[in-house]
Write a protein that binds this ligand. Structure first.
Ligand code: SF4
Length: 309
């Protein structure tokens, strides 16, 4: 089996920073206990489980906002995740007397600042993002008049009255260019004079470019969490732009051997929140795999949770 290791892949600076922050709090006894994370520090279940081995409690309920989640914390240290946090939640942490640390990625902070600046200049804001993701949740908390658009259908529903106002359009950092292009086409047809600020972060862009530039292969595996926006987008870019059958897997254990039947080549990449050790295990398995040799088929992960961090 020919295995192509796409680069760059794996951890970005925002994820590294967030993980370093949690590790520092674990090691530093002066931070009050318990240690909470409001959501998953980065979208990777293995990392969340590994931190839980050190007693870190990740509060993550899909039907609850960060503002609702923080109400269940009475004391201790709370860490806000790389995806960004609203001022209301920061304020609430202060009111509750919690020790709070903010791991928001600087690329996400940049979008917050851009939206705030344009709100102050009197712009109407359209924000392109994914529903139920913490990054839009924090952005939308900046002003209750921000128009949130997930797809072309939402864009078509934008009110005509917006054409009478200066209009600023921006987006979640981990989308694909395709998501944005499709929505922008509609916005442009309705409101030709909008101002657009593309905020897909560099880490997301270069990982998607590596997928775009790869040589033809029979299959692409993206190692990443189902909740990870940028991992999902890598699989989407592979299948949509490159027409390569692409699968999102959480690790070597999620490979379905049926996918490998009759294929000669596979490329591997990973999302910005995927531990390198998990991706390397996938590459090792594929490199030794032979369709006709059952001794090469074992794909149970040998990684201990403690090795993830
Ligand atoms: S994917 Fe981009 S925005 Fe998200 S943490 Fe990494 S660098 Fe920051």
């Amino acid at each position: 089996m020919k295995v192509i290791d796409l680069t760059p892949r794996g951890y970005c600076h925002g994820v590294l920073n967030a993980l370093a922050m949690v590790k520092k709090v674990i090691k530093t006894e002066s931070y009050p206990r318990p240690i909470y994370i409001l959501g998953q520090i980065v979208h990777n279940e293995k990392i969340t489980k590994a931190f839980s081995e050190y007693g870190v409690i990740s509060l993550d309920q899909k039907d609850k906002t960060r503002l609702e989640l923080i109400e269940s914390i009475d004391h201790g240290t709370v860490i806000f995740t790389a995806h960004g946090i609203s001022k209301q939640v920061i304020e609430r942490a202060k009111e509750k007397g919690l020790t709070a640390l903010n791991a928001t990625c600087r690329d996400v902070m940049k979008v917050h600042r851009a939206v705030e600046a344009k709100l102050n200049e009197g712009y109407e804001i359209i924000y392109i993002g994914h529903k139920n993701h913490p990054e839009p949740e924090a952005i939308l908390a900046l002003d209750n008049k921000i128009y949130f658009v997930q797809d072309e259908k939402d864009a078509l529903m934008l009110p005509e009255i917006l054409k009478d106002y200066p209009l600023f359009v921006t987006n979640q950092t981990t989308l694909s260019l395709y998501d944005i292009e499709a929505v922008l086409k509609i916005i442009e047809s309705k409101f030709p004079n909008y101002l657009f600020d593309n905020e897909i972060c560099n880490a997301t862009t270069v990982r998607q470019e590596a997928v775009m530039k790869q040589e033809p292969v029979d299959l692409m595996l993206v190692v990443g969490d189902q909740l990870s926006s940028n991992s999902n987008k890598l699989a989407f870019v592979g299948s949509h732009y490159q027409q390569i059958p692409s699968k999102l897997i959480s690790g070597v254990e999620s490979i379905d051997l049926n996918w490998l039947k009759g294929i000669q080549s596979v490329s591997v990449t990973s999302g910005a929140s995927t531990p390198t050790i998990v991706t390397e295990e996938v590459i090792r398995f594929l490199s030794q795999y032979k369709e006709n040799d059952p001794t090469t088929w074992d794909h149970q992960s040998k990684i201990e949770l403690i090795d993830i961090l």
